[in-house]
Design a protein around this ligand. Structure first.
Ligand SMILES: NC(=O)c1ccc[n+]([C@@H]2O[C@H](COP(=O)([O-])OP(=O)(O)OC[C@H]3O[C@@H](n4cnc5c(N)ncnc54)[C@H](OP(=O)(O)O)[C@@H]3O)[C@@H](O)[C@H]2O)c1
Length: 297
């Protein structure tokens, strides 16, 4: 089988295609023939070496997977060969086949094609987890609302009856209003700390000084959920979020999509041979929605 490997940390051109033996799924694991994956910010952070969560090269990136079960390991009873599944792997999806833990997979939403389903796992589950506590009538502020996680977070918050402020460039404001944002803020011209207050939940997809500045806009019981930044924060109102895609959450996400309550927006679909271009575009920080990569040879 083929995979897109990097033998050192580096720029978007570091990937090369390699032929390797097809892996065998172990206990509780499933071998998936990849139909598509997507680019997450973590991919280019790992590629460059800023994020060392996947260890040292050689590395095969790709966290999201949508594909067809090709084989199952011992005790992997949840799926059978031929099933269409989607979910998350801890690297390796930029390949023809990848081994996944069965408890990180679910059946693909029936209302979208498997290529679109590849855009959902990491971004969708992150957004889902970030908004788990939101109640109707609460005020939510989403930073980087137009991005992969952000555009899904906005939709989930709107569905739960929250009122939503969001940071994004003006060019994305009409788009975000259509998703449910009532107070779009152009972070280039307006300091969000002067534009919103009494916020019950900030979904911070930027980190850095955004986290500390977000604390100043909170209501008395407000919280910041930070997907970026250090593991712990001295202020107990900051909760650091780590994506944890279980079958149960992926099932809920799929059901939400199938009810027409959540739409994943695809900025671009590229073949995996365009992996470097996809990384360049994602790294620009300007993508609206998600970039999907199909596992074309
Ligand atoms: N902890 C976890 O488990 C976890 C999971 C998933 C993601 N994350 C992290 O969450 C972050 C967001 O991920 P993503 O996949 O959504 O990223 P993304 O899709 O690459 O985000 C791109 C978006 O960011 C917006 N943006 C850029 N700079 C901004 C700024 N200063 N203020 C407001 N918006 C800005 C852009 O909108 P404009 O063009 O309007 O500026 C663009 O639409 C990343 O840092 C990622 O690593 C963490």
């Amino acid at each position: 089988m083929w995979q897109m490997v990097q033998r050192s940390f580096g720029g978007p051109d570091v990937f090369e295609r390699a032929e390797v033996p097809r892996p065998t799924p172990g206990p509780g694991q499933v071998l998936v023939r990849v139909v598509a994956t997507s680019v997450n910010a973590a991919d280019w952070k790992v590629r460059s070496g800023v994020n060392r969560q996947l260890g040292e090269p050689p590395l095969v990136l790709g966290l999201d997977v949508s594909g067809i079960v090709a084989a199952v390991g011992d005790e992997a009873t949840r799926f059978a060969p031929g099933d269409a599944v989607y979910g998350m792997v801890f690297g390796g999806a930029n390949a023809e086949y990848v081994v996944a833990q069965q408890n990180r997979l679910a059946s693909v939403p029936v209302s979208i094609d498997p290529v679109h389903a590849a855009a959902l796992p990491v971004a969708g589950v992150t957004a889902w987890q970030a908004l788990s506590s939101v109640r109707p009538g609460e005020r939510v502020l989403v930073h980087a609302a137009a991005g992969g996680v952000g555009h899904l977070a906005v939709q989930i918050a709107a569905r739960r009856g929250a009122s939503i402020a969001a940071t994004a460039r003006t060019g994305n404001h009409a788009y975000l209003r259509a998703l449910g944002v009532t107070e779009p803020i152009d972070y280039r011209t307006t300091d969000f700390t002067t534009a919103v207050r009494e916020v019950d939940l900030v979904v911070d997809l930027i980190g850095g000084d955004y986290t500390d500045r977000s604390l100043t806009v909170l209501s008395e019981t407000g919280q910041v959920v930070a997907a970026e930044g250090p593991a712990t924060h001295p202020d107990s109102r900051v909760r650091r979020l780590y994506v944890d895609p279980t079958t149960a959450v992926l099932d809920e996400l799929a059901a939400t999509v199938d009810r027409g309550e959540l739409t994943v927006d695809i900025a671009q679909i590229l073949p995996i041979t365009e992996l470097a271009a996809a990384h360049r575009r994602s790294e620009s920080g300007r993508v609206r929605g998600k970039i999907v990569l199909t596992a074309d040879r």
